[in-house]
Design a protein around this ligand. Structure first.
Ligand SMILES: CC(C)(COP(=O)(O)OP(=O)(O)OC[C@H]1O[C@@H](n2cnc3c(N)ncnc32)[C@H](O)[C@@H]1OP(=O)(O)O)[C@@H](O)C(=O)NCCC(=O)NCCS
Length: 260
């Protein structure tokens, strides 16, 4: 079973985020399913193994690690006593995780994210988000890895223009406490990119349509609190940039979307 790399508690909103490692999957995939992946897949309930059975090993690994992170987060949040008590986590027609019936009251209060080496999950159990009768709140989380070296480091300018409006790009510079060097500019772009992806996961269950990056706006305060502007009247959304002290290259964000 994969270990927990970090457990973070959100200061506001009763959220818990757990990060786990994704077992290394052989590069090139020219080998049979590696033992680390095999043992991770073995921890999944049969219904979850069935969802990812035909996927490439690398994707099976992120799928399994994401679900394991969600199980751990449900334990950390005090929702269940242990990971075996969660049951099978399904997947809806738009890719969102679906909790089993006995946890249905939390169906929009959880979210999963992953990269090749690390996966994370968010569980929010404050009273406002746990509502079985009306769906008023949904949450999302996202993680990105800051490419401190390598080719990806140089592709940030392109990413910035794709995901941030000219106004947001200018605000990013204007809002900074001091002139941004390349590293902090890249980080600022990644934080906003990640926040918008976290927002998507919270917004999609309500609107069930593709929402483009330039359809939404985001502003981050000095304390990491974020405020979104969303295209659909009737929704408000806030977010947070989380610091993971032991993993400085991880950019981790959460979003909370409220109807009304
Ligand atoms: C769906 C999307 C946000 C996922 O983000 P990503 O960085 O590619 O992937 P992540 O690893 O962070 O997240 C993947 C997980 O998100 C969850 N997810 C996927 N689609 C989802 C949806 N429609 N609603 C909620 N959660 C969803 C799943 O749990 C998935 O993992 P799994 O398939 O292993 O269960 C992204 O692929 C996308 O389509 N973005 C374009 C739209 C967008 O972000 N707009 C921003 C403005 S709102």
């Amino acid at each position: 079973m994969t270990r927990s790399l970090a457990v973070l508690r959100l200061a506001h909103g009763g959220g818990t985020v757990v990060l786990v490692d994704v077992p290394a999957v052989a590069a090139g995939l020219g080998v049979p399913v590696p033992p680390a992946l095999e043992s991770l897949l073995a921890t999944l309930p049969a219904d979850e193994r069935a969802i990812c059975a035909r996927w490439a090993p690398k994707r099976q690994a992120t799928f399994a690690a994401g679900r394991h992170a969600l199980r751990l987060a449900l334990v950390e949040a005090g929702v269940v006593a242990d990971v075996d008590a969660v049951g099978a986590i399904g997947r809806d027609d738009r890719g969102a995780p679906v909790l089993p019936e006995h946890l249905a009251h939390l169906r929009r209060a959880v979210s999963i994210t992953h990269k090749d080496s690390v996966a994370g999950a968010l569980v929010v159990v404050d009273s406002a988000s746990v509502d079985t009768s009306v769906d008023t709140i949904a949450v999302g989380c996202d993680l990105e890895l800051d490419p401190v070296s390598g080719r990806d480091r140089h592709s940030m300018a392109g990413l910035a223009r794709q995901v941030l409006s000219p106004h947001e790009l200018q605000a990013l510079v204007d809002d900074a406490q001091q002139p941004l060097d390349d590293v902090s500019h890249r980080r600022a772009v990644l934080e906003r990119f990640s926040l918008k992806e976290a927002l998507y996961k919270g917004l999609d269950p309500f609107v069930r349509r593709y929402v483009g990056f330039l359809e939404v706006g985001v502003h981050i305060d000095v304390d990491g609190a974020a405020l979104f502007t969303v295209p659909d009247a009737g929704f408000t959304a806030t977010g947070r940039v989380l610091v993971v002290p032991t993993m400085p290259t991880v950019v981790l964000t959460t979003a909370r979307v409220q109807r009304g």
